[in-house]
Design a protein around this ligand. Structure first.
Ligand code: GLY
Ligand code: MN
Ligand code: MN
Length: 484
């Protein structure tokens, strides 16, 4: 019997799934989320409450909705992955009418057999208590009548409303209704958003300005549990880049390249992409957030810019590689590529605790301006231009552009360093440069003294890329029939 149990346990471990085989076992634990709520409570101002709403469901068309994605703050603090919920975190202990003492409370969707038949299981308040460890969990149908004396707080912290949540008129406990009920409870000014109300009209204890800073302070510095998931997302994304480097051939389509990346993501059980995949061949690489990925035939004279990140248990990578479709960089492509690489290397050298994003952007701009001048693409290093129109860095985590301080890096932050050069057709330079677009984007953990490059697995130098592109691919033999 013992042996059987052991074997069953091992099987679950090997598969990486919990006893409910539909749910992966490596999501963040209830203890993680509890710890984050405690940390937030420590940073809340005296006599305050922080209020968070779940993300709404968004309609795609007719009766089809977009795949649901929880609001990252809500997820970070609870682990709850459903809509129509509100979370209250109090600075101080509260006493309920029945004498219960509590410092956080959540209202969630009730169980509903018919809804669950069509759309899958809900945790319900019991599930939230047992699976997420939030003991004060109630049905959202109880929120309206639940008595919280909001007037007594010096600060009610929440994100101001964008008024972009749909009202399901048949449901008095949808997210829209929860927000309306909250507005009544806190005397939220009517007929306007708090963003544009006159100061004298604004209730003194409504604070829509400070929560973002508090959450940025928390979410910007990653815990070891988060780092494990980020490393996994990054490794999966790097593996996809490697497989594409081996498989790519002239005549493939941008969409097909996107498909190979995303197949690898899913093969490793990543639930999603962290942002829409960018796969741009030739001039399409010049569009920074190119998402069409329509080009049917990529050609051997082009490079292809591939900016994709797997989302694994909520955490996303953000990696860009730019490679020659032919497997060998042309002289012009190589010159631009190596200039971007040098800019990235210089930024990596100065990156450590205390440095600001702007410092790294300036370093990369200096390298790129000098190089473009030497290549004759700029007339002078100080000439204004649009060949590198974006900043160099951002945090990654639950969001691809994650919350976190930008002015002073701290140990255990995770950021990208991603310089680029984009020379669209008809640019004011020799036309041999036209259509060249290069971005090199890697993900870095800030250590005590510098950085740990998390995305090493994906080759980055010209020699390493060209060498890997010579290797055979498992997809060489994967030939699908023609469609007629
Ligand atoms: N993938 C979006 C970005 O690099 O910021
Ligand atoms: Mn990025
Ligand atoms: Mn990117």
């Amino acid at each position: 019997m013992k042996l059987l149990l052991l074997m069953a346990c091992l099987l679950f471990c090997v598969e990486g799934f919990s006893q409910d085989k539909n749910v992966p076992a490596d999501f963040l634990t209830p203890d993680f989320h509890k710890g984050r709520r405690e940390k937030l409570r420590e940073t809340l101002p005296p006599n305050s409450v922080a209020v968070f709403f779940a993300n709404p469901v968004r309609n795609r068309s007719n009766d089809v909705d977009f795949v649901y994605h929880q609001d990252p703050d809500f997820y970070y603090l609870t682990g709850y992955k459903e809509t129509d919920a509100v979370l209250l975190i109090f600075k101080d202990k509260q006493t309920a009418a029945n004498g219960t003492v509590y410092s956080e409370i959540i209202f969630v969707r009730p169980r509903n057999a018919n809804e669950e038949l069509w759309n899958g299981g809900r945790l319900g308040k019991e599930g939230v208590r047992s699976a997420l460890g939030l003991n004060q969990a109630f049905n959202n149908t109880d929120f309206k009548k639940y008595n919280v004396d909001f007037a007594k707080f010096s600060n009610i912290l929440f994100y101001d409303f964008n008024n972009d949540v749909r009202d399901d008129a048949s449901d008095s406990t949808d997210l829209y209704s929860l927000i309306e009920q909250f507005k009544v409870k806190v005397n939220y000014p009517s007929k306007s958003t708090a963003l544009n109300v006159q100061p004298e009209q604004k209730k003194k204890n409504l604070n829509t300005s400070d929560l973002d800073n508090l959450m940025s302070g928390l979410r910007g510095v990653k815990t070891k549990e988060e780092l494990e998931l980020i490393r996994k997302a990054v490794n999966i994304s790097c593996t996809a880049q490697r497989e594409v480097m081996k498989a790519i051939k002239p005549g493939m389509s941008e969409r097909e390249i996107q498909g190979i990346h995303e197949f690898v993501f899913k093969k490793y059980q990543a639930e999603d992409v962290g942002y829409p995949s960018i796969v741009g061949a030739g001039n399409n690489g010049c569009i920074l957030h190119y998402e069409d990925n329509y080009k049917p035939l990529i050609t051997s004279s082009e490079m292809i810019l591939m900016d994709l990140g797997a989302e694994y248990r909520g955490y996303t990578a953000d990696i860009t590689r730019t490679i020659p479709v032919s497997g060998k960089f042309s002289p012009e492509q190589k010159l631009i590529y190596e200039l971007v690489l040098k800019a990235q290397e210089e930024a990596m050298k100065i990156c450590k605790p205390g440095i600001a994003f702007q410092d790294m952007t300036l370093v990369t701009q200096a390298v790129i301006n000098k190089g473009l001048k030497e290549l004759g693409i700029l007339k002078s290093e100080t000439e204004r231009h649009n060949y590198y129109p974006h900043g160099c860095c951002h945090h990654i985590g639950l969001d691809v552009h994650d919350k976190g301080a930008r002015m002073r890096l701290l140990e255990n932050m995770v950021i990208t360093i991603e310089p680029g050069i984009y020379i669209p057709q008809n640019s004011p330079c020799d036309k041999r440069w036209w259509g060249i677009a290069v971005r090199i984007e890697d993900d870095f953990l800030i250590t005590k003294t510098g950085v740990d490059q998390l995305s090493k697995l994906a080759p980055r130098t010209v020699d390493d890329i060209e060498a890997l592109m010579k290797e055979p691919s498992a997809l060489d033999d994967f030939v699908l029939p023609e469609l007629h």
